[in-house]
Write a protein that binds this ligand. Sequence first.
Ligand code: KIV
Length: 258
Amino acid sequence: MKKTTKTIIRKKGAEKIAMLTAYDALFASLADAADVDIILIGDSVGNTILGYQSTVPVTIETMVHHTAAVSRANPDALILADLPFGCAHFSFDRLLEDCRKLVQLGGADAVKIEGGADMAEKIAKLTKAGIAVMGHIGLEPQQVLKLGGYKKFGKTEEEKAKILADAKALENAGAFAVLMEMTDADCAKKVTESISVPTIGIGSGADCDGQVLVCADVLGLTQNPPSFVKQYANLSDTIKKAYAAYVSDVKNGKFPTA
Ligand code: KIV
């Protein structure tokens, strides 16, 4: 059965939410076959698949392209598309237009937007316009150039208070869920207990309402995954061996056999 924002909200306190990234129809189908709740077309497509150093170079056109590919798999999972770098900070009309593209052209069920209280007013207007929004706070990877790198958030009292205020502002703005990335586990727990919508964690401890990981990290396809990642397979080795066997068979005339 198709999962909706309502399905996801109802899981809070009842069942943990499992979310994975996918960037194409092939991997979206595989994630959906595992009954994942949410498929995220993350702007991590930039550094995971497209060879960029970060998510910053990813454009709205790239996100629509990959979201549409995932949508063609017709998953039961909720299709969540990332709003890429910069888009949230133009005028509201342009933001609405970019979200419209993700939903109407890409087939997204919902959009994820980095930012907390500073984005609340725009998110309230988007939800009024019928766009389902997941907030993204803690580490916001689109801020990497300003931050000068990636780090954990919510360790100091000041950061804890800001993250809690951001989460509450997003809830009040109508966000159906809040993602916390690289957030101190105690802080993430406090946020989870303090808001009525689900929290999804990545590198933020075990007490969030759900978890998300990048598919390539889960499958063992990335070289140096973050320390919080659990690898469930080592596909990198499997693929390299299969490709090497194919190349060897072609060179030695063992394939094709007729
Ligand atoms: O782009 C992405 O994959 C993400 C996850 C890290 C949550 O936003």
